[in-house]
Design a protein around this ligand. Structure first.
Ligand code: ADP
Length: 484
């Protein structure tokens, strides 16, 4: 692979540039500097990648599960060998601190091993028939060619979370990464190339024109499944259009996670946890706490600790080893923070710390926003209703359990939620009452490759990871057999 020529397309086992030679710049969000270029593909290259995946499919599905598992184990091994290189690239291209990038690479690699193992557990079943000379058997078979559209916030793990189950199930796949992070995608696909998966099993299309590539994917009858991680707005649009060719769809969309702190919890521990998960990836995660509800008697203590933690964060570029919080991804993300803070303060919110763009100490050319804590939040503020996707922690007071459950559930989203309590019965009651796909009880990281990740409502459809993750890539076939 030759990066200087922006040969970031991987079609049928070959690296290439766009047909037109067009490229687009990739920038470091901490400095605004151009760090590389990617091929700017359109419909023609996409159609070729779909054709390659379609041609590879019958051969790949015919490989036995052990062969597919062995291939993924090899990719896993190579990803671990390349972990530091991948982490450095991720920090540069996406902006997260190196420590966070290193842990994302390991999380991304976990999906390879998990689904290598799951490949061997694609069990069918038999059903007792009401007729004695009939046998009913269920087979689970790969859906076919998959299109995977991935986001920039977790630019390695969101690819392996889709490619690993697809490949394990016997599908072939075309990945279209976000335009902000094509180089991470290239580096991941390079590992699949090195592991010598057969040509066409994994393909990569980079573009700055997602709509054109998206249209080609949607119109194709060969693409049987769309898996998407990104905004609710784009996800809804793609899912709606996927019905024209009746593709299977799984979606990981936005979130508006409540983080509930009861007075019977370890409040200091809860505040430290809130700071860790809120400012993780600079708040750019769909499971980031977006509404922090704290019971009235403990709110002052909670806000003190949270504010102190926010102040101690050290903003810096991804490759700056001392940085503990990175930049936002781009100027529009920064503008959204400024809008949400202005709207909230105008409507009575108090800024405990932060609240503005950071320009000092070499940060001026990057998209840095100060880690922010807001109190006196009310439902009329946009931050109460909209996903923030940035480093702003809005704290809301509540009095009773019923009240906070109702407030937490009062959103169309339903991805992650967090509860801090030391009352066992309350933990059970509240986790059952929250209308979210994921609940963390005194737990800021209720995710793992082995666990199903996904949301309810407008947070999406389907699950990734866990035993459920491979189901999204398998069709159920019933075979009825009458004995002679
Ligand atoms: P965000 O606002 O966080 O960048 P998006 O939903 O826009 O989230 O992006 C997630 C992924 O969806 C990216 O890979 C992006 O390129 C892709 N995308 C955006 N618009 C379209 C579209 N019209 N068709 C296909 N993919 C799209």
């Amino acid at each position: 692979m030759d990066t200087s020529s922006a040969a970031t397309l991987y079609i049928d086992g070959h690296w290439s540039t766009a047909d037109s030679g067009a490229t687009f710049d990739v920038t470091d969000p901490s400095s605004g500097k151009v760090i590389g270029r990617a091929a700017d593909a359109g419909a023609a290259e996409t159609e070729r990648a779909i054709a390659a995946a379609a041609e590879a499919f019958p051969h790949w599905r015919a490989q036995n599960a052990y062969t597919r598992a062995t291939a993924l184990v090899r990719v896993h091994e190579l990803m671990l060998e390349r972990a530091e290189e991948l982490a450095q690239l991720m920090s540069l291209e996406q902006g997260k601190p190196l420590r966070a990038a290193r842990s994302e690479v390991l999380y991304g690699a976990d999906f390879l091993m998990w689904f290598a193992e799951e490949a061997k557990r694609v069990y069918g079943s038999t059903i007792p028939s009401p007729r004695s000379n009939q046998r009913l058997t269920i087979l689970r078979q790969p859906v076919g060619v998959v299109a995977g559209i991935t986001p920039w916030n977790y630019p390695v793990s969101m690819i392996t979370r889709k490619v690993a189950p697809a490949v394990a199930a016997g599908c072939t796949i075309l990945v279209k990464p976000a335009e902000q992070t094509p180089l991470c995608a290239q580096a991941v696909v390079e590992i699949f190339d090195e592991a010598e998966l057969p040509p066409g099993v994994v393909n990569l299309i980079t573009t700055s024109q997602p709509a054109e590539v998206g249209d080609a994917l949607l119109r194709s009858r060969a693409v049987r499944k769309l898996t998407f991680t990104g905004s609710t707005e784009v996800g809804k649009m793609l899912a709606g259009r996927a019905t024209a060719t009746m593709k299977r769809v799984s979606l990981e969309l936005g979130g508006h996670a409540p983080f509930i702190v009861f007075e019977d919890s370890d409040v200091e521990h809860a505040a430290k946890g809130a700071a860790l998960v809120k400012f993780l990836n600079t708040g750019q995660a769909c499971i980031s706490p977006n509404r922090i509800y704290v019971q009235r008697s403990v709110i002052d203590r909670f806000v003190d600790v949270l504010t102190d933690r926010a102040r101690r964060l050290r903003p810096g570029g991804g490759l700056d080893e001392s940085a503990t919080i990175g930049p936002l991804i781009d100027a529009s993300a920064l503008a959204k923070m400024e809008r949400q803070v202005a709207d909230a303060t105008q409507k009575g919110a108090r800024v405990m710390t932060g609240g503005e763009r950071l320009r000092g100490d070499g940060l001026a050319n990057g998209y840095f926003f100060a880690p922010t804590v807001l109190t006196e939040i009310s439902p009329a503020m946009s931050i109460y209703q909209e996903e923030t996707f940035g480093p702003i922690a809005p704290v809301i007071v509540f009095d009773t359990e019923d009240e906070v459950v109702a407030m937490a559930n009062d959103t169309d989203y339903g991805l992650a939620s967090y509860v801090y309590t030391n009352d066992l019965a309350r933990a059970v009651r509240v986790s059952e009452a929250l209308r979210f796909g994921i609940v963390g009880i005194n737990d800021i990281n209720p995710t793992a490759a082995a666990a199903p990740f996904g949301g309810t409502g407008e947070s999406g459809l389907g699950r990734e990871g866990g035993a459920q993750g491979i189901d999204e890539y398998l069709d159920v076939k019933l075979v009825g057999h009458v004995l002679a």
